[in-house]
Design a protein around this ligand. Structure first.
Ligand code: GDP
Length: 192
């Protein structure tokens, strides 16, 4: 499985425990077709399952990052239905966000900016970890958004940036490890 730090996809999230301090909810946002489900399924270790078209899933898994275990629940529910309620709920419930666009689709890049603004509005006073993701980096010839544009956008948005290719599994592991590091950084600075 692509060299994840630990292979514990069957991890059971400890029930009955009050301490959810190492269980993080991560929400995938982004326009239709940018690769949210593909990224989530790689994370969940189920990308080859036949019901891949199905939208609206959650994937949980424990991984070891920097020697410490963390459990992530990745929510791929943004497009589950068009209800305003669900989208509002998504904006409220996450410990961290992954905003995805496709480097082959300028409109999805512009949409990513809108989502960032929406998120800022919903969580005004909070410093939430966000990673902006330019997916489909393998599609070199149909690229519409340069790496520099992506990076510049992340600077404006005050978030991290990474380009991935779900098709080639490139940088997918780094993405999810990165989000855990971002969450920890904020948690540690709060505790200080
Ligand atoms: P979602 O609507 O954001 O969940 O997007 P999906 O994960 O369903 O992906 C939409 C389409 O793009 C599917 O046909 C995927 O196989 C394809 N796709 C997703 N990620 C990549 C990628 O990194 N590279 C390429 N070439 N295709 C991708």
């Amino acid at each position: 499985r692509q060299g994840w730090a630990s292979d514990s996809s069957d991890s059971v999230i400890s029930s009955g425990s009050d301490s959810d301090s190492n269980l993080y909810k991560v929400i995938l946002l982004g326009e239709h077709g940018v690769g949210k489900t593909s990224l989530a399924r790689i994370f969940g270790g189920v990308e080859d399952c036949p019901d891949a078209e199905e939208a609206g899933n959650t994937y949980d898994r424990s991984i070891i990052v920097d020697g410490e275990e963390a459990s992530l629940v990745v929510f791929d529910i943004w497009e589950q239905d068009d209800s305003q309620w669900l989208q509002n709920h998504c904006m409220k419930m996450g410990d961290a966000y992954i905003i995805v666009y496709s480097v082959t689709d300028k409109v999805s890049f512009e949409k990513a900016s809108e989502l960032r603004i929406q998120l800022r509005r919903a969580r005004q006073t909070e410093d939430i970890p966000i990673i902006l993701v330019g997916n489909k980096s393998d599609l070199v010839r149909s690229r519409e958004v340069s790496v520099d544009e992506g990076r510049a956008c992340a600077v404006v948005f005050d978030c991290k940036f990474i380009e991935t290719s779900a098709a080639l599994h490139h940088n997918v592991k780094d993405l999810f490890e990165g989000i855990i590091r971002q969450i920890r950084l904020r948690k540690d600075s709060k505790e200080d």
